[in-house]
Design a protein around this ligand. Sequence first.
Ligand SMILES: *[C@@H]1O[C@H](CO)[C@@H](O)[C@H](O)[C@H]1NC(C)=O
Ligand SMILES: *[C@@H]1O[C@H](CO)[C@@H](O)[C@H](O)[C@H]1NC(C)=O
Length: 456
Amino acid sequence: MYRQVATALSFTSLVLGQQAGTLTEEIHPSLPIEVCTAPGSCTKEDTTVVLDANWRWTHVTDGYTNCYTGNAWNETACPDGVTCAANCAIDGADYEGTYGITTPSDGALKLNFVTKNQNGQNVGSRVYLMKGDDKYRLFNLLNKEFTFDVDVSNLPCGLNGAVYFSEMDEDGGMSRFEGNKAGAKYGTGYCDSQCPQDIKFINGEANTEGWGGTDGNSGTGKYGTCCAEMDIWEANSDATAYTPHPCKVNEQTRCESEEECGAGDNRYAGLCDKDGCDFNSFRLGNKEFYGPGMTVDTSKPFTVVTQFITDDNTDTGALKEIRRFYVQDGTVIPNSQTVIEGVDPTNSITDEFCEQQKTAFGDTNYFKTVGGLSAMGKSLEKMVLVLSVWDDHAAAMNWLDSNYPTDGDPSKPGVARGRCDAEAGLPENVEAEHPDASVTYSNIKIGAINSTFTAA
Ligand SMILES: *[C@@H]1O[C@H](CO)[C@@H](O)[C@H](O)[C@H]1NC(C)=O
Ligand SMILES: *[C@@H]1O[C@H](CO)[C@@H](O)[C@H](O)[C@H]1NC(C)=O
């Protein structure tokens, strides 16, 4: 497919950086959402999705030579990060053919796990919601609720179908970083609370310094890209969690040292709260709530409602609580109650719940150090919606659906997070055994509290 040499593209390489390629036209799949003011009072908004830049073909601006192959940079095109961003372009995406991303019906998005394509195969994907062709759709979640339907019936143990918000720049960082000429249109500017260091371009520069392969298809560099993250939904058919992760910074920020990035032993010194304060029903003592045939029956679709309650019930108040409801077959299902010694029974996230949970489980409360729910709330005013499916090369998804730490005693409170086998999520296992897995998200809504759902 990438055969010819395009001579017409050879003039721009001196002035531009992290450029937009033009070999494949970038066409964003349509994913409309609804904005609601009261039950039954919703307005459709024409939004689309864009694939993250990291998944895209990166080639020299004046030809078809890869700037990045497997897990290595081309040293001629990329002697350093600034030069690399000037020499290399990220190109348009064939959403369905290369990445297995489709919109099976109006307002629905299906992400396939493994997609065989002309280059081999693609594993997982991550897309962002857009308003127009060049900007992400920003959300203010305070005093609002966010709702979507999900079908996880084909998403087994070890996988993670995630719906979350990250505090990315609206334009992907194009106006703040001179070297970024591709912008939101090509899915640039990603950040999250893990300060990921496997991102190829950060702040308009390639992350070439110190780049080392972690395995055949990815690597990590010196820099990471940090920002607050609200995990609405991290789940498969056997486990689920929702988790606020505040940061000390209130916009996408490149971390430049092990300490800032919270790498290795610096986990509780970094810019962001990597652990977050998670609400996982299984981990919190209700093992029959979520799964096939359970209270929330994951063998068929259901609706997930997440409410962001402020202290004065206005859009400018401080975040004090994050509530969860499910709706399935016309019935509203309140979130499960905690059954953990030392945690007052509750079914929502508050700072008090986080403190009690961390103490009961013997976890470090870095969530509190970074500012807890009120810090999270400041970020929630301008978030970008992320939808993804992924497997976990670092911890086999055991932190979500199995015992974690892996060598921990599962009878110790907090260790058992789900009923999955610890080896189910090893990438070599899940990619070989469940390449045809997929997740479908649909009927995305944002609105006033209790406006986006009703009981039948
Ligand atoms: C690296 O890039 C240079 C210059 O663009 C090109 O001539 C060379 O073939 C590339 N090397 C590889 C291994 O792709
Ligand atoms: C919203 O709906 C829930 C579930 O039906 C109910 O418990 C709650 O009181 C409602 N809240 C408001 C503000 O109406």
